[in-house]
Design a protein around this ligand. Structure first.
Ligand code: BEZ
Ligand code: FE
Length: 292
């Protein structure tokens, strides 16, 4: 009978992959087994801790449904999602030395809702939504600064209290929209200035954060998925400059290049000609896409 000790067991498991036909799967599983065993040895994992972990993962699975993905939230809060985003972007950036940096990507988060309504440039995508109005303006270009006409911006955010439409009982889409750039690659639309908010904390991940002594908050941000024919799409955010939690985002998604000033203006005529009877903000950002 083969008998293994706390060291030889690891190699024995890896050896069982000898007939695995898929080279990449074999590489991933070999590394996973190695790291998992190293981890258990490193912390000297007890049976009680092992069953606690199993129960936690079971609870995480049970908290998932078609509206909620607790495993992705677990990945987000452990920094894995952002690590995968950063690895992918580093891969795409290879061989582009000297080019203007592309717009950086960040996590998609759980509140993307496919099929947001098409909006005309200049429309308010957050009519009736609480929050201070903000005019978003900028261009979508390639890395040489050439405008990308007809580029698509799929935009979503929470309201002025940090609540997403998907978190409200039987509410329809709010503060979402798809916009296309004009011939000069320009976009402009109205929404609100988003505020910071907590990731969902009423499940196992919330309990984990609490036990870790961590806060659950994300700094104010608006999500954008930007795409254009012949270019790689980017899923990103614009972060509100000076928002609380920029330095301690619960999902590690902040990138300095995505922090945008929201210039405050008194009531009057906004740059797009809209008459504003209350104070508003203007946020400007140019997106740069990588060729496909
Ligand atoms: C979000 O920004 O919508 C988000 C991202 C990760 C986890 C929870 C929420
Ligand atoms: Fe968000």
């Amino acid at each position: 009978m083969a008998q293994y000790d706390t060291q030889t067991l690891t190699q024995a498991v890896i050896d069982r992959l000898a007939d695995c036909k898929d080279a990449r799967f074999k590489q991933v599983m070999t590394s996973l087994v190695q790291h998992l065993h190293d981890f258990a040895r490193d912390v000297d994992l007890s049976p009680q801790e092992w069953i606690t972990a199993i129960q936690f993962l079971t609870d995480t699975g049970k908290a998932c449904n078609d509206k909620r993905q607790e495993f992705i939230l677990l990945s987000d809060t452990l920094g894995l999602s952002m690590l995968v985003v950063a690895l992918e972007q580093a891969r795409g950036a290879k061989g582009r030395k000297g080019a203007t940096p592309a717009t950086e990507a960040t996590v998609q988060g759980p509140f993307y809702w496919a099929g947001a309504p098409e909006r005309r440039l200049g429309e308010d995508i957050a009519e009736g939504v609480s929050g201070e109005p903000a005019l978003y303006t900028g261009r979508v270009t390639d890395l040489e600064g050439q405008p990308l006409a007809g580029a698509l911006l799929d935009v979503w955010s929470g309201d002025g209290e940090g609540v997403y439409d998907m978190q409200m009982a039987d509410a329809g889409m709010r503060a979402r929209g798809k916009l296309r750039t004009d011939e000069q690659g320009r976009y402009w639309f109205w929404s609100i200035r988003p505020t910071y908010y907590p990731v969902p904390t009423d499940g196992p991940v919330g309990r984990m954060l609490d036990r870790m002594g961590r806060h659950p908050n994300r700094p104010g941000h608006i999500h954008m998925m930007v795409s254009a024919p012949g270019h790689q799409p980017v899923t990103t955010h614009l972060f509100v400059a000076n928002s609380p939690y920029l330095d301690s985002d619960a999902v590690f998604g902040v990138r300095d290049s995505l922090i945008v000033e929201y210039e405050r203006h008194e009531p009057g005529t906004a740059p797009d000609g809209r008459k504003m009877n209350k104070p508003y903000h203007v946020a400007h950002y140019d997106f740069r896409l990588v060729p496909a």
